[in-house]
Design a protein around this ligand. Structure first.
Ligand code: SF4
Length: 415
């Protein structure tokens, strides 16, 4: 287990979910449906929550979207889904929250981007209006600074200052400085508006991984507000996952980050839940949270001339995913289960012994037997076709889960 010493932050409750204050790092995601369409938004929020998103953000950009928020909440409630909803506001949040009080009441947190809440004098005025509504409704806010929509007046002033004072500072460092300043000044203003420290989360998102690391390290040194962590505009597929995981992993290992989002661009018609799974995998890989049984599988090499171990690994992964809803109901702690599907004798027995249940398949030229190890001990040997191996191994997994993770019986009521 990674000996992570978490950066000390104030705890904030977002609709009952603890963020910061030493609580486990929270996974969040954002819907990409039109919020004005409550049916499709409620459906996607439900799917994200079911996949494990503990907070879900929705865009609130028009009066129609604001008006639909209570209906979205109602639909989720009817399906037994209590996931906290965060409203994402830009430009007109002060108006929407004032004009649709039910939206303000129903949301569990408001995200405010100080870079586009208004210009000049209006910025503080409109920012304050949102904070005052948060105070009235006893809601937390996230002060969400983004490099792509940074307060340009602040950037220009800092650039001018750097030129005049000949500080020899590069443009990236000025942007870092402005983002942190914007977050901290906005936090001060939110406090002056009556919000408590335990109602403010901060983020400073940027799209360059190395930049994200330096920025959050500096931010964490300057504030004890809980931090929402994520690389903004991470991009698609493998690139988006890796560019997010690399800097976020470093920061999380430093103890920085109280809630995370992986901002993946889905393929057209793609599965929005990918961003939830990616966030869970990052946290689980670092030993910070457990969400699902993990499967260790070797990459294969010249010692494996068949695809049996790949097919078995894939089949076991699918089996675990299929079983998860049932296991959640019946068992406790199964998320820590470790499985191994290995391709040959070189690392197969070793990795299989290190797992709760592991199978070591024969490589080229090895005897066609598959030893199975349970909790480090040689338990049995499986033989047969790939399909038969899959059936037998899945049965062993199911029996192990049933045996090891059964929930304790509730004590019988006293007479
Ligand atoms: S366990 Fe065997 S098959 Fe798998 S990568 Fe290692 S040497 Fe290759």
């Amino acid at each position: 287990m990674l000996p992570v010493k978490r950066h000390q932050t104030v705890g904030v409750s977002v609709g009952g979910i603890a963020v910061g204050g030493g609580s486990p790092v929270v996974v969040q995601s954002m819907a990409n449906t039109d919020t004005a369409d409550p049916a499709s938004t409620a459906q996607q929020v439900y799917e994200l929550a079911e996949a494990g998103s503990e907070l879900v953000r929705i865009t609130v950009n028009t009066p129609e979207a604001a008006a639909a928020v209570p209906e979205i909440r109602r639909r989720l409630h009817d399906r037994g889904c209590a996931v906290p909803l965060i409203g994402d506001f830009h430009y007109n949040g002060h108006k929407l929250l004032s004009e649709v009080p039910e939206c303000a009441r129903v949301l569990d947190k408001y995200r405010i981007n100080p870079g586009n809440v208004g210009r000049g004098k209006k910025r503080d005025e409109q920012f304050s209006t949102i904070c005052e509504i948060a105070v009235e409704n006893n809601k937390p806010v996230r002060i969400g600074v983004n490099a792509g929509s940074l307060n340009q007046e602040l950037v220009v002033a800092k650039m001018d200052e750097a030129v005049k004072t000949n500080r020899g500072i590069d443009a990236d460092s000025i942007i870092d400085e402005c983002m942190i300043l914007s977050a901290l000044q906005s936090t001060e203003l939110a406090l002056q508006c009556g919000l408590r420290k335990d109602q403010i989360v901060i983020s400073c998102k940027i799209s360059k991984p190395t930049h994200l690391i330096s920025l959050y390290r500096e931010l964490a040194a300057k504030t004890d507000q809980p931090l929402h962590l994520g690389l903004t505009e991470a991009g698609m597929g493998m690139k988006g996952v890796i560019w997010s995981a690399a800097p976020m992993g470093i920061l999380l290992a430093d103890g920085i980050g109280d809630t995370i989002r992986v901002s993946l661009t889905p393929k057209p018609g793609g599965d929005r839940r990918e961003e939830v799974y990616a966030a869970q995998e990052i946290l689980q890989s670092l030993g910070l949270r457990s969400f699902a049984p993990s499967i260790t599988a070797c990459p294969g090499c010249g010692r494996t001339t068949s695809t049996t171990f790949q097919e078995l690994a894939e089949e076991i992964e699918k089996h675990v995913k299929r079983k998860m809803p049932e296991w959640r109901q019946k068992y406790a702690g199964f998320e820590d289960l470790k499985l191994a599907v290995m391709g040959c004798v070189v690392n197969g027995p070793g990795e299989s012994k290190a797992a709760n249940i592991g199978i070591s398949l024969p490589g080229t030229g090895e005897a066609p037997h598959c030893p199975v190890y349970v909790d480090g001990k040689n338990y049995t040997t499986l033989n047969g076709t790939p399909a038969e191996l899959a059936v037998a191994f899945k049965k062993l997994v199911d029996e192990y889960v049933e045996r090891k993770y059964a929930k304790a019986e509730a004590p019988a009521p006293a007479d």
